[in-house]
Structure formats: structure tokens, C-alpha cells
Write a protein that binds this ligand. Structure first.
Ligand code: G3H
Ligand code: 13P
Ligand code: ZN
Length: 333
């Protein structure tokens, strides 16, 4: 059993409480490799923002769980080396799909886990989430559970179409499951294709496609039912046009990629939403920068030559999110 406390990590309890009160959100950035981790830690250290390092089941299989435990420990040491005296870093399992996976991660040094049983019937979701929470809480690990289903990645395991969280269910769910935070469905979805062009309207001034707004009425109803309770937004990449264009200009093919407008995420961060998940934007920044570099430097074959600009692009994107979207800068001095 490896305790996250021995790795210098923290759980989400205190940072969420502060974020809800302070009207900002904590960034939860997914990572799969060293360059993404470096960029996240550089951005968090530079802005003194608490940060959640998020690892999916696929990322854990890709990176190896033993290596991940040392990467997390190394991330804390690296943050200090960068001059961040008291780093607030969480290692979080994203979309854990079973009790066994959550337990394994807790035993390997994760300070927070998500049990995603949102595709299961209500009672079963409560039962499995509670089983995870009971185990996690023995070790002071915090637990995110989910109610409602997002479109996209969860479609594989879930329903055919997304459906919003039902506010009338959230009190019973959070009380009986014992979860510490609740992921909800209010119109976001995973990946770079969140809306079809025909769902959008055209901004007459810029000519850009404007997607339908998130269901803020549902979010506010949930907030009223659970005052002060930490709410989580998945699928919150904004799919910056600049990176999509960069990918497409240098040989990519990402037609009609559309994300969540940043103004809406900013508004959500001011509410009880205290964790915002971003993965696709990092993938786009990295891929765009690599494509551009290799197209402009066809003779390069040392990975450091193209991974450095990729890392720089991700770092710049993370800093932008922290300062201009989530408002978490300076909250972990
Ligand atoms: O929510 C899903 C995350 O973006 C992780 O994706 O399962 O491909 O690692 P992944
Ligand atoms: P995006 O695909 O919008 O980045 O969402 C990531 C996510 O929710 C990870 O759990
Ligand atoms: Zn997610």
C-alpha cells in the first residue's frame, strides 16, 4: 500500500471547498506522457494554481502504473524545484469503471478517484460508488461519482443518447453514495466534436459557429439542492480554432471540430463547479505543434526537436486556461 501523502500529493477536499467559496475552478488536466506532465507542472508552478493530474484507465495502461506512481512523486519534487514552495497536486483516476480499478489506484498512491457508474441504473450506481467511497475514505482519498450521462466517450458503455442529470436525484445520490464531488451532465461531451454544425448558429460578426449554450438552469437547480457541494464538469475542452487550423494546415483532417465556448466555462467556474476537465485541448495543441514542426523541418528526427514546441504549446494553453478561464491562479501560493 502506497499512501499518496508519502508522495507529497493532496486529496481534493480542501481545494474544492476553497474553490466553491472563492468562485473559481480547479483544472483537471489529463496526461499520458512526460511532456504533458512537464507542461502541466510548469504551468501550475508558474501560476501557483492547485492542479489535478488526471489519468484515465487507458492512460494508466499506456504509461504503466508503477511508472505513474514515480512520475507523480517526481512531479511534486519538480514543482518545488521550479520554486513552488507548497505545491497542491492531486493524482486522480479519471472515469474509473470498476471498484477493483479504483482500489488498485488508491493502493498505488492516487489521492483521488472517480468511479463512473453513470451508465448503470440509479441504485447500482449508488451501490458501486458507495463501495468505492467506503474503501477510499479509509485512506483519506476523495471520490468523484457521476450522475447523468454525457455524449461521446461514455456512449461506448452507456446509453445511446446523452441525458442531463436530474436535479431531483442529486441529494439522494450524494448522501447515499458518500461521494465527495459529483460529475454532472449539462450539455458538455468528450472529444473534439461536441456539436454538429447544424446544431450551431452563425455569429453574424465573426462568421464563427456558436454552439447551443450549456443547461445553466439545470446546473443552478443542482446547486440549490446541494449548496456548497463540489460539482464537476467533464468534456470541457473548448477546441481552440487556432490548434484545429494548425492540425489541418499541416496535413491533418479534423473537419468541423467544435468545443465549449470559454465564456460559458468561465461562468460555470464561478458557480459550484469546482473541477473542470480538459484533455482534448492538450491533444490538439500537441498534435498541431508537432505537425507544424515536422512540416517545416522535414529533416528532423530527434523527438526532442518536435516535442519541445509541443510542450511549449501545451504549457501556454494550460496557463491560459488557469488564468483566463478557471481563475485558479494564485490560489496555491
Ligand atoms: O474522458 C476521457 C478522457 O479524455 C480520457 O480519454 O480514455 O482516451 O485516455 P482516454
Ligand atoms: P474533453 O474531451 O472535452 O477534453 O474532456 C475531457 C474529460 O472530460 C476527461 O474526463
Ligand atoms: Zn470525462
Amino acid at each position: 500500500m502506497i499512501s499518496y501523502k508519502d508522495l507529497g500529493l493532496v486529496n481534493t477536499r480542501e481545494m474544492f471547498a476553497k474553490a466553491v467559496k472563492g468562485g473559481y475552478a480547479i483544472p483537471a488536466f489529463n496526461f499520458n506522457n512526460m511532456e504533458q506532465l512537464q507542461a502541466i507542472i510548469m504551468a501550475a508552478a508558474e501560476t501557483k494554481s492547485p492542479v489535478i493530474l488526471q489519468v484515465s484507465k487507458g492512460a494508466r495502461n499506456y504509461a504503466n502504473s508503477t511508472l505513474l506512481r514515480y512520475m507523480a512523486e517526481g512531479a511534486v519534487a519538480y514543482a518545488k524545484e521550479l520554486g513552488w514552495e507548497h505545491p497542491q497536486i492531486v493524482l486522480h483516476l479519471d472515469h474509473g469503471d470498476s471498484y477493483e480499478l479504483c482500489k488498485d489506484c488508491i493502493d498505488m498512491g492516487f489521492s483521488s478517484v472517480m468511479i463512473d457508474a453513470s451508465s448503470k441504473p440509479f441504485e447500482e450506481n449508488i451501490e458501486i460508488s458507495k463501495k468505492v467511497a467506503d474503501y477510499a475514505h479509509k485512506y483519506d482519498v476523495t471520490v468523484e461519482a457521476e450522475l447523468g450521462v454525457l455524449a461521446g466517450v461514455e456512449d461506448d458503455v452507456a446509453s445511446e443518447k446523452s441525458h442531463y442529470t436530474r436535479p431531483e436525484e442529486v441529494i439522494e445520490f450524494s448522501t447515499r453514495s458518500g461521494c465527495d464531488s459529483l460529475a454532472i451532465s449539462v450539455g458538455t461531451s468528450h472529444g473534439a466534436y461536441k456539436f454538429k454544425p447544424e446544431q450551431c448558429t452563425v455569429d453574424p460578426q465573426t462568421g464563427k459557429l456558436v454552439p447551443p449554450p450549456l443547461a445553466f438552469d439545470v446546473l443552478h437547480e443542482i446547486e440549490k439542492k446541494l449548496p456548497g457541494f463540489p460539482i464537476v464538469l467533464h468534456g470541457s475542452s473548448s477546441v481552440p480554432q487556432e490548434y484545429v487550423d494548425m492540425c489541418n494546415k499541416y496535413g491533418g483532417n479534423l473537419p468541423n471540430a467544435i468545443g465549449i465556448p470559454e465564456e460559458q466555462l468561465r461562468e460555470a467556474a464561478k458557480s459550484a463547479v469546482c473541477k473542470i476537465n480538459i484533455d482534448s485541448d492538450s491533444r490538439l495543441a500537441m498534435t498541431g505543434a508537432i505537425r507544424k514542426h515536422l512540416a517545416e523541418n522535414p529533416s528532423h528526427f530527434d523527438p526532442r526537436q518536435y516535442l519541445k514546441p509541443a510542450r511549449d504549446a501545451m504549457k501556454e494553453m494550460y496557463i491560459h486556461k488557469i488564468i483566463n478561464v478557471l481563475g485558479s491562479d494564485g490560489k496555491a501560493e
